[in-house]
Design a protein around this ligand. Structure first.
Ligand code: AMP
Length: 457
């Protein structure tokens, strides 16, 4: 299928061609016609599938098509795109700018951690599309700096992460300020009972789109496990980067402290590195990401939430310095590489403490990953496992209960209209599993019952 067959305006097609896309990805083939139809949409899609263009292109097209119903003289926001993180907001807005550059539509992005005044000015200059994180949007709504009563289209991007990060209450407050008559598009990688409840409240007879199994890994990614001793992970990583002359590596650590420590160690080895996590200022996060994308630093060390949605074209290497607490995060992490047709390598450094985690991951992805011991870094066969310090000791437990993935049968690529308000039948996989320090320790709170952001990621 070609983009030309999708009823997009020539101004949008021109931008797509200039951006170098030749054909729509599977999710775009389904989401673009579904959104242009004007109905609500529930899409099971992860980053890496092309979902951003999957909603941005038809949102631009619909705004171009529908006449302005504005009552006031100033342009008011007609499409609102909510994202969980600042980085994702910035990336989504970059897509809006890219695909909309030949159209007269105006847009801006707002998020916390930076001054509000330029954002208020941008909004008040009159915009059609607003990309926002929930917290800053509520702040500006509270100050009366923005009116949402002309919203025609609402997009919730990575809705599962928004709930994981405790944004449910904020989202509900925002929804209450929107006009009742509007188009709603909900994108989520997984479907917990909270997401289903939100979809149920929000969506009216949504079209359902599911692209591939959410827990399958991409064949374009070569995965390998390097067994190693706990204390040798850092020298092994430095060895891999140097001996293979890796130029751009995204490294995941379990904790913010671990990320900071690793950056210092790598710098001592002469390997440029920066960390990106929730304790870093927005300026530091933006700079780290920009320097990494521009090739100024070789290593970006990230925690899971900070890295969510980071979109780097053709990122060649992802390293799991620590395995993730939640098996599904393995799939999310390694999905940063091997995107949209390019090849990638995902390396995991696994010590004796993480063998149970590795088994859980392999069970989830239904693959046994190849083990390759690196000469000089052979693990001690007599090493004894120690308990892993989970990052969420004080923080709310993510993925705590009955978290279901939006698994469709392998290879399923279908669009169907549910014909009823309640979207059903999209969740068939086993509940998500967390690696717990003590197997008898039960999660204390159901997902979504907390209201603050996780503190320790
Ligand atoms: P997303 O899932 O939106 O984060 O997009 C993942 C990556 O796919 C991004 O790097 C996009 O630039 C790229 N991409 C999106 N749509 C296409 C397309 N139709 N052809 C090639 N690459 C694409």
């Amino acid at each position: 299928m070609q983009f030309q067959e999708l009823n997009l305006s020539k101004d949008i097609l021109k931008a797509i061609i200039e951006h170098g896309y030749t054909s729509p990805t599977p999710i775009q083939q389904q989401s673009i016609p579904a959104i242009l139809n004007g109905g609500d949409l529930l899409a099971a899609a992860q980053t890496g599938t092309g979902k951003t263009a999957g909603f941005t292109l038809p949102v631009l097209q619909r705004l171009l098509e529908s006449p302005l119903q504005q009552t006031s003289r100033r342009r008011q926001v007609r499409a609102l795109i909510l994202t969980p993180t600042r980085e994702l907001a910035a990336q989504v807005h970059a897509s809006v700018l890219t695909y909309g550059k030949h159209t007269p539509l105006k847009s801006t992005v707002i998020f916390g951690g930076v001054g509000a005044n330029p954002q208020i000015k941008a909004i008040q200059s009159g915009i059609d599309i607003l990309v926002a994180t929930p917290g800053r949007l509520l702040d500006l709504m509270g100050q009366g700096a923005i009116s949402l009563n002309q919203i025609e289209i609402l997009v919730l991007d990575e809705a599962d992460r928004m709930l994981d990060m405790g944004f449910l209450r904020d989202i509900k407050k925002i929804l209450a300020a929107l006009p009742k008559q509007r188009q709603n598009l909900l994108f989520s990688a997984t479907f917990s009972s909270e997401i289903k409840a939100l979809a149920n409240d929000l969506l009216n007879s949504p079209a359902l789109i599911e692209v591939a199994r959410s827990n399958s890994t991409n064949d374009a990614i070569t995965q390998v496990i390097h067994p190693v001793d706990r204390g040798s992970k850092h020298p092994l990583l430095a060895h891999l980067i140097k001996s293979n002359q890796w130029q751009q590596v995204l490294v995941f650590t379990r904790t913010k402290h671990g990320a900071n420590k690793l950056v210092l160690q790598l710098e001592k080895d002469g390997i440029s590195a920066m960390a990106i996590h929730g304790n870093k200022s927005q300026t530091a996060r933006t700079k780290a990401l920009a320097d990494f994308k521009a090739g100024k630093i070789i290593t970006l060390v990230a925690t899971d939430i900070a890295a969510r949605g980071i979109d780097i074209d053709q990122l060649p290497h992802v390293v799991n310095y620590d395995l993730p607490n939640v098996p599904e995060d393995y799939v999310h992490r390694i999905g940063r590489t091997g995107r949209a047709g390019s090849n990638g390598v995902a390396v995991s450094l696994v010590c004796v403490d993480e063998h149970v985690m590795l088994k859980d991951i392999e069970r989830l992805i239904k693959q046994t990953l190849p083990r390759e011991v690196i000469a000089g870094f052979e693990p001690d066969p007599h090493a004894v496992a120690q308990p892993i310090q989970l990052r969420s000791q004080q923080a709310p437990q993510r993925h705590a209960q009955a978290r279901h993935s939006a698994a469709a049968p392998k290879g399923a690529n279908q669009t169907k209209r549910s014909g009823q308000k309640k979207p059903s039948g999209e969740s068939t996989a086993a509940p998500k599993k967390t690696h717990r320090k003590n197997p008898s320790q039960k999660p204390t709170k159901p997902l979504g019952s907390f209201t603050s952001k996780p503190k320790n990621v």
